[in-house]
Design a protein around this ligand. Structure first.
Ligand code: SF4
Length: 553
């Protein structure tokens, strides 16, 4: 047995390799990117297929094809990517999965690099499929292996839920034997792969029938650990994911503060929720504190199934909303869990400083574009063009929408150009809506990779009606924000794609994003924004980070 020092993400990748995965797909997104990067490096050395995809939906669809051929497939994405992949993901639960299909989703509580804190456990519950939530790197490795077995056993996809601190922290992992890949196999009856209403009804009934078996599995899973014997049941604790680690960090002090009594506890790492274990824990409990990373997923379910006499405390306060002792937003950590347990703060480096020092605070370091980033030159031209078109304060006749990528930072000083940033690809649709609503100058700003991910359908909508708006594509020839992955199509193919969507060649403009060309770029961009129909302007220049990496290679 070999040991490795792995990030949580890498432990998932190694677990998949050792489970006999045949193909892995994904779209880069923090904090999940390192899973597929590890597998891509293995692929380059002759390992199983690993590919970035245009978006998370196409990634899940490719994985379904692998599974139908009898082989094992892994899909990786960040939490908001699961919204993009929701269609094949949710429908996937109605299919008779053949080769194991595991969807590894990394949630980002605290929004370190995301637009929301959504909790992927809701998706697993909604789709009626098993979900595993590791609490350390060794479990990430073992649960990934197990997820493939489960997927083949229950013939459903299995969701593996990670969170930022686990994904990005490194720890020792002991690996076990590598399982060979499944051979290609073809099913005789393929009706369970077709969601025509007649077949889908049967498949849905089959999924419902599996639920009792899935519940029995989670009820006896070793990651769902009930600690009841010799424990104080008047105050019980239910932990999940990393919340369990933070609880344990504070346990010695908690026991001391309670005069030696150890609270009863249930830790949950496998879903659906083990109802029997929860019932046992709550039979005598007067108060139950729920410590879970993410949204109050467990807490909300408990409020419906526990006896009235048990007071539930967690993120939702009195159960009607608001906040309880565990913070409702942001990440958990040992300190806020300690506070929720009613313990005094631990002494830290700051508290041991003299009073005159302890009040000092470090200056904030908001994220910024790299010095010399091509997006800076593009935004400078956009800002000037907008100001020339509408010099009034806040430019009421202009709407500039933007998207997800390094260029989102154009919303911050000194540019402050976009008025809206929502989700991947949304800039194009929002600009169309602004134009349809009567705003004379609607402008969408989108990166090349985001455009390929989900901006193209919006452009087709705009081209179909020749909507008076301008789509500005910031083409830096790379997926910069997540660590410079290659885009799905090189810059040279963008022109053909845009013209193929129906944009008129005379209103497709390609500009070099350079400071020396600022005057000229501003004038040409302004003319396209003022054109009473659809236009596309592509600002081109390679990302500095990508150029540095390419030179190094
Ligand atoms: S990584 Fe590239 S695209 Fe991102 S800010 Fe830096 S230079 Fe610009």
């Amino acid at each position: 047995m070999k040991s490795y020092a792995l990030l949580g993400d890498e432990a998932v990748a190694l677990g998949a390799l050792h489970a006999g995965v045949s193909a892995s797909y994904g779209y880069p997104g923090t904090p999940s990117t390192e899973i597929l990067e590890y597998l891509l490096a293995e692929y380059e050395k002759g390992g199983p297929v690993a590919r970035w995809c245009a978006n998370e939906k196409t990634a899940v669809e490719a994985a379904l094809g692998v599974s139908f051929a009898g082989k094992r497939a892994l899909v990786t994405m960040k939490h908001v990517g699961l919204n993009v992949a929701a269609d094949p993901f949710i429908n996937g639960s109605l299919l008779g999965i053949a080769g194991g299909l595991v969807i590894a989703v990394a949630d980002d509580p605290g929004m370190h690099s995301s637009q929301n804190e959504q909790d992927s456990r809701f998706y697993a519950a909604f789709s009626l499929i098993p979900c595993l939530e590791p609490r350390h790197q060794q479990e990430a490795y073992a649960m990934t292996r197990e997820a493939f077995e489960l997927s083949e056993r229950f013939q459903t996809p299995v969701l593996l839920r990670l969170t930022t601190r686990l994904s990005h922290a490194r720890a020792a992992v002991t690996a076990s034997e590598t399982r060979p890949q499944n051979p290609v196999s073809r099913a005789k009856d393929k009706t369970h792969w077709m969601l025509l209403p007649g077949y889908a009804r049967k498949n849905y009934a089959a999924l419902i029938e599996k639920q009792q078996d899935i519940l029995s599995w989670s009820g006896s899973h070793p990651a769902n650990r009930l600690e009841l014997d010799g424990r104080d049941v008047s105050f019980a604790v239910l932990t999940a994911g990393l919340g369990g680690n933070y609880y344990e960090e504070n346990l010695a002090d908690l026991v001391k503060a309670r005069g030696g009594s150890v609270p009863a506890r249930l830790h949950i790492g496998a879903y659906p929720l083990p109802a029997d274990l929860i019932q046992k824990l709550s039979e005598k409990a007067q108060t139950l504190l729920v410590i879970e990373e993410g949204q109050p997923f467990i807490e909300e379910k408990l409020r419906g199934i526990l006896p009235q006499g048990v007071a539930i405390a967690g993120k939702r306060g009195d159960g009607t909303g608001g906040s309880g002792p565990v913070p409702r937003t942001g990440e958990l950590d040992p300190d806020n869990v300690r506070k929720a347990l009613g313990l005094p703060p631990r002494p830290n480096a700051r508290s041991s400083l003299p009073a005159s020092y302890s009040s000092l605070s470090l200056p904030g370091r908001p994220p910024q574009l790299c010095q010399g980033c091509p997006h800076g030159d593009s935004y400078e031209a956009i800002k000037r063009a907008v100001k020339e078109i509408d010099p009034a304060e806040n430019h009421p006749s202009v709407a500039v929408t933007s998207d997800i990528g390094c260029y989102s930072l154009g919303a911050a000083p000194p540019y402050e150009v976009p008025e809206s940033i929502v989700c991947m690809g949304a800039s194009v649709g929002m600009a169309k809506g602004a134009s349809d609503a009567g705003i004379p100058y609607a402008v969408a700003v989108i990166g090349d990779s985001t455009f390929l991910h989900s901006g193209v359908p919006g452009l087709i909508d705009a081209a179909a009606t020749d909507t008076p708006m301008t789509v500005i594509i910031l083409d830096n020839a790379i997926v910069a924000m997540t660590g410079c992955q290659e885009t799905m199509l090189p810059s040279s193919k963008l022109r053909g794609l845009i013209l193929g969507a129906g944009v008129k060649p005379e209103h497709l403009l390609e500009l070099e994003a350079k400071r020396q060309l600022l005057e000229e770029n501003t004038a040409r961009l302004k003319a396209e924004i003022e054109h009473p129909g659809l236009s596309v302007v592509v600002f081109k220049r390679e990302c500095l980070e990508a150029a540095r990496k390419h030179r190094k290679k």
